[in-house]
Design a protein around this ligand. Sequence first.
Ligand code: SF4
Ligand code: SF4
Ligand code: SF4
Length: 571
Amino acid sequence: MINLKINGIPVSVPEGSTILDAAKLANIRIPTLCYLKDVQCVGSCRMCLVEATGARGLVAACVYPVSEGMEVRTNTPRVRKSRKTTVELILSTHKKKCLSCVRSMNCELQKLALEYNAEEDRFGTDHDIDPVDDLSPSVVRDNSKCVLCTRCVAACNNQTIGVIGPQHRGYAKVIGSPYGVSLAHTSCVNCGQCVVACPVGALYEKSNVADVWGAIVNPEKHVVFFTAPSIKATLGEAFGLPVGTNVDGKMVSAIKQLGDVKCFNMDITADLTIMEEANELLQRIMQGGTTPMFTSCCPGWVKFAEHYYPELLPNLSTCKSPQEMFSAVLKTYYCEKNNIKPEDLYVVSVIPCTAKKFEITRDELGHYTDAAITTRELAKMIKEAGIDFANLPDGKYDTPFGDASGAGAIFGTTGGVMEAALRTAAYVLGGEGAPLEFKEVRGTRGIKEAEYSIGGSTVKVAVANGLGNARKVIEQIKSGEKQYTFVEIMACPGGCINGGGQPYVHDEIRNSIDLKAVRAQALYDSDSANKYRCSHETPAVKALYDEFFGKPLSHKAHELLHTTYHQRDKY
Ligand code: SF4
Ligand code: SF4
Ligand code: SF4
């Protein structure tokens, strides 16, 4: 252990710790901007400068190692002046349109500017900036707001995509794609990890809020919302509730107050996906089909496979994602049952994910979803409508798509799809009394492996979250180093609970808690409290098979619930 003092407070930390690590332990706040836990630590923005004995000049606390007997000062006049100047230099290239900015009141730069009494125009504001890039169906880039922290670049590199990076030098430096092309014309997989890493309003989702409001006030439209499994665990953060608060009931009440709309539960088509996927897996195992089978419910991962591993496309499950299954069911079964013309039904999917905005544009999925809005966009609509979210009573989803299983709920976190599929596969092969919990695949580790005996067969599984981890698992499979039966991949680190459309969380919170684990726990709690634990128990799923699809993998199921993939170029 290394002993040092920060602002006179003694603290002991393991050797190799940084001053920032030690300050956290001593409960002393040092501001950061380019630093983001699990994403980037480069010491480039200079916001975290401090005075330290033995150092020449100020040092960046996020990268400077502690030493025995060191004395650190974090708030001297020299330190405060330096931080103020840093903020003022950033503001000199920043388009200060705070009132209409997507991050207003939730912007890390705005917070720092207020804290350090920065003068907006001390170094002028004359700076030519590239135009906004809004050609991607998922992500909008506005370099006029960029503070060049490179958190987005690190997030994209961690995904092993690397389609954005610094372009030009010095005062002309901007973040962009090679040769200035639009993000839409690169191999970007639309995961939005760059968006949730950005501290300011330089990156945000392509908004569909205006379209949805338009449909709600259109008397000719029947508007239905459905909400993805992870939204219940994150929406509350946008209204100041603690991370990990389950707001399922308040969310339903809020959606119903937006207008004359219905609100359904997407956990049901997570269950439907499992019914199809578990049966597809068993069919592949028993009939000698292509294995290992990979999950296909994450559109970021599917596009990644299309760009980087097209030879693996036959290994991907043919199941559509829960979003696309739900929309197909609504525009067929639900419309028939309720005598609604499919063109009069307006389907709004609420998702944690920017990649699903891309997914709804894919021709092979049938264009059943009319709008996909992120958790952040739903929060914006609720605020625009003046709804007092925190004090809402719990509402109930509309029938017939209300009650779902706990297996559907855990779809929103890494390992959840695998566990849900294993529950149903174990039931199909072993009947009543089959195991319900497969805890080895839980947790936020990047790669998880397990081996189970199901119905007398050995099933080896792997779970990867984050595309860097996915790439490692795939390379091990390709080299023959590892063999699996079934592999779950989610593009976002931690899965959908940390998706690119989830509420912005300031660096101070992200750096101090395990955001992914706390959000995931809300889903596991929901699962263990549910009277249905397995997808095959969900009443709406049983009704769908009894009344419409017949059985899993039927001809009709194949027509509406399954799809194909195709190779894409790398750029
Ligand atoms: S959306 Fe994902 S792949 Fe695309 S630029 Fe951002 S981090 Fe990279
Ligand atoms: S776009 Fe955002 S995350 Fe990327 S460098 Fe600019 S400010 Fe940082
Ligand atoms: S992990 Fe979830 S949020 Fe992230 S890209 Fe995949 S489906 Fe979207």
